[in-house]
Design a protein around this ligand. Structure first.
Ligand code: COA
Length: 327
């Protein structure tokens, strides 16, 4: 099971190189300086050496030991262009187009992972989720056996006794309207990720209906997806379709679905679409005192993660550790 302590221990034994696509951003520089002090992740900061160093000095962060790579002055750029054209040859990308595309830190950084120059990437301090994720989808692609890349959030509510409450929620960030089969895949990936963070998953397929109390296309979708997920992962407790109150409240569950082994005790939530998921995790974060870690991308061939543009340096630092540990 991963805690930040165990993730740092793992990285100390096997340090990784992590690309930050926004190398001059003050929050990135603060997180980079803290990572360097810990000596378990080497930040690779994208940007011109002069700009990155000036930004660090102005903000007062020591980034000695970080690697700075300037996309405009990279000695393996021709090789990168060639590889990118090969990867995107079905789209007819020309070398000229590739040079323009790769001048952006999001594409350039992703190619550094593809070329094995760094192990993992964290972007999105200023890039949107779509602009961080799209290069990963196009260049890194889904891992064998997976049809989609998806994502989950790990939510942690610290407790004074140290017995933190940990939940997983998906897909709150990538797939806008997943179909039944995609929901099954999201469920499988989220269960695996939740286990890594110490959750013993009890999965609820969420809806506005509990076992047929409501009706509609989306209710059918969640009920069918749940049935398929139960068949695909017979060892995992899964139930649905469930309303959120039935999923988490034993009292409500006793009334609405007394025969469910999951209802009342769910800790892993599969949302019907990105609207519900994104709003749902943010309610837990902003009004439920949960710390939210993610989106953790699932199903990619390499660990690339996205930050919220509203993130602070502590969130960058935490997500960097998660990204490195999962790499
Ligand atoms: C993830 C997302 C950016 C991809 O959509 P897009 O940019 O329109 O990308 P496209 O549909 O053009 O697809 C680009 C490539 O990625 C692939 N792709 C798209 N979605 C994918 C997925 N979920 N899994 C795997 N591959 C995917 C496509 O097949 C395509 O491959 P190709 O170029 O090799 O043919 C889009 O689904 C999105 O915007 N999601 C919501 C992001 C968001 O705003 N989140 C909320 C904030 S956290």
């Amino acid at each position: 099971m991963y805690t930040f302590g165990t993730m740092i221990q793992k990285l100390k034994k096997d340090p990784k190189r992590i690309v930050f696509t926004e190398g001059t951003d003050e929050r990135i520089l603060e997180a980079a300086s803290r990572l360097l002090a810990g000596n378990f992740l080497t930040p690779v900061l994208l940007g011109s050496k002069k700009d990155v160093e000036a930004a660090a000095e102005e903000a007062g962060y020591n980034i000695r030991g970080a690697e700075i790579i300037d996309p405009a002055n990279f000695d393996r750029f021709d090789e990168m262009v060639e590889q990118f054209c090969e990867i995107r040859k079905s789209k007819g990308v020309t070398p000229e187009q590739a040079r323009t595309i790769l001048s952006g830190g999001n594409y350039f950084g992703t190619m550094l992972i593809k070329m094995g120059i760094a192990d993992c990437l964290l972007g999105g301090a200023t890039y949107s989720t779509a602009d961080t994720v799209r290069p990963a989808l196009q260049i890194i692609k889904t891992k064998p056996g997976n049809k989609i890349v998806s994502s989950c959030f790990i939510l942690v509510r610290p407790s004074a006794t140290g017995d933190n409450e940990v939940l997983a929620m998906a897909d709150c960030a990538i797939n806008i309207k997943p179909n039944e089969d995609e929901l099954v895949e999201i469920c499988g990936e989220t269960v695996s990720c939740a286990k890594v963070f110490g959750v013993d998953p009890k999965v609820a397929f969420l809806s506005y209906s509990t076992f047929g109390s409501g009706s509609g296309e989306d209710v059918d979708k969640m009920r069918n997806a749940c049935r398929k997920a139960k068949a695909a992962y017979p060892d995992v407790p899964i139930d649905g379709e469930l309303q959120f109150d039935a999923a988490v409240s034993p009292t409500v569950a006793r009334t609405k679905c007394p025969d469910s082994a999951v209802a009342g005790y769910a800790n892993t939530f599969i949302f019907p679409d990105i609207n519900a998921g994104n709003i749902g995790y943010k309610i837990a974060q902003r009004m439920g005192s949960f710390e939210a870690y993610g989106p953790i991308l699932l199903g990619l061939n390499a660990q690339i993660n996205d930050l919220s543009r509203g993130c602070n340096a502590q969130e960058v630092y935490s997500m960097a550790i998660i990204t490195g540990a999962l790499a």
